[in-house]
Design a protein around this ligand. Structure first.
Ligand SMILES: Cc1cc2nc3c(=O)[nH]c(=O)nc-3n(C[C@H](O)[C@H](O)[C@H](O)COP(=O)(O)OP(=O)(O)OC[C@H]3O[C@@H](n4cnc5c(N)ncnc54)[C@H](O)[C@@H]3O)c2cc1C
Length: 275
């Protein structure tokens, strides 16, 4: 609930934390400027992993197709559900497919459902392999979301006006475990079929935005732009700069991000009080 989140934020404000909102680090100013010009002795980077991944299949540019982050940002952050009182519109179809099996897919599915669509989640592995928490899947089911498991979209189909009209899928079967330990899905030849839809939401994971990596000299990052940070203290390769959460480990969970934040707070305290 939003009032609960607001209470948590207010508690920090009461303790003397100030917030500078609508400020994009790496565009408005960079980390060096924060430290050199604005006098911060330490910086914690918790910029998350908010850059959406796409499926890379035909038809992703059709009208009525979006990524989960766009749908959720419009509806939640920009209050499209109160349109026209709030000026952000949102497209809501009648028959929607959400592609993916994580928590984000569950949120997107339930949001599309609440906007009035009949929703099917299409996921390429089985229920056991779904990365979403079992509770999230259960809640989605309770809201009437259907699941089409062991199914992978191969092509998004459109009508003559450029709107999505269907998604071609192929059935999958699970083989040997892959590097992630989950059984690798492979397509069943000749099993293609089409689901008729007028809305499709891609929830196929997200990556770290490379903006901080590109604008912070001396900050070591992995080839995927994840920030390299000490597990115990959050210290990065750049003196005074600490990092944690999704920006370091990739898209993960709230609990892991909070733990990293607490460890980095201790690391920063140690750094600031050292002789
Ligand atoms: C739709 C959705 C559903 C999820 N559901 C669950 C769930 O059910 N359970 C669970 O445990 N986890 C869930 N997660 C994952 C969880 O939200 C993340 O793992 C967690 O929020 C990571 O915390 P973080 O502080 O590292 O980054 P975030 O919470 O992503 O915060 C990063 C912040 O940094 C800001 N930012 C980014 N770049 C810049 C910049 N250059 N300058 C200034 N600010 C910047 C972003 O706007 C954002 O506010 C979900 C994620 C999504 C997107």
């Amino acid at each position: 609930p939003k009032d609960l989140v607001q209470r948590e934020v207010s508690k920090l404000g009461d303790k003397g934390v100030s917030f500078e909102v609508n400020a994009l680090v790496g565009k408005l100013y960079d980390i060096d400027e924060l430290m050199e010009d604005r006098g911060f002795d330490a910086v914690f980077v918790g910029t998350g992993a908010g850059l959406p991944s796409y499926l890379g299949i035909e038809g992703e540019g059709l009208n009525g197709v979006s990524v989960a982050s766009e749908l959720l940002t419009r509806v939640n952050l920009m209050k499209a559900y109160l349109f026209p009182e709030y000026e952000t519109p949102v497209y809501a179809g009648k028959k929607c497919v959400v592609v993916g099996g994580g928590n984000v897919a569950m949120d997107a599915a339930r949001t599309a459902r609440r906007l009035g669509a009949e929703v099917t989640v299409v996921y390429r592995r089985g229920r056991e392999e779904m990365p979403a928490r079992a509770e999230e899947v259960h809640h989605a089911e309770q809201e009437g979301i259907r699941f089409q498991l062991l199914t992978n979209p191969t092509r998004i189909l459109g009508d003559e006006k450029g709107w999505v009209s269907g998604v071609e899928c192929v059935r999958m079967e699970l083989g040997e475990p892959d590097a992630s330990g989950r059984r690798r899905p492979t397509a069943v030849e000749g099993s293609e079929f089409v689901i008729d839809i007028d809305m499709l939401v891609v929830a196929a994971g997200s990556k770290t935005n490379p903006l901080i990596a590109k604008t912070t000299p001396g900050l070591e990052v992995t080839p995927r732009s994840l920030i390299v940070a000490d597990e115990r203290t959050g210290a990065t390769s750049k003196p005074g700069v600490f990092a944690g959460g999704d920006a370091v480990i990739g898209a993960a969970t709230v609990i892991l991000a909070m733990g990293a934040g607490k460890r980095a707070a201790a690391g920063i305290a140690e750094y600031l009080t050292q002789d």
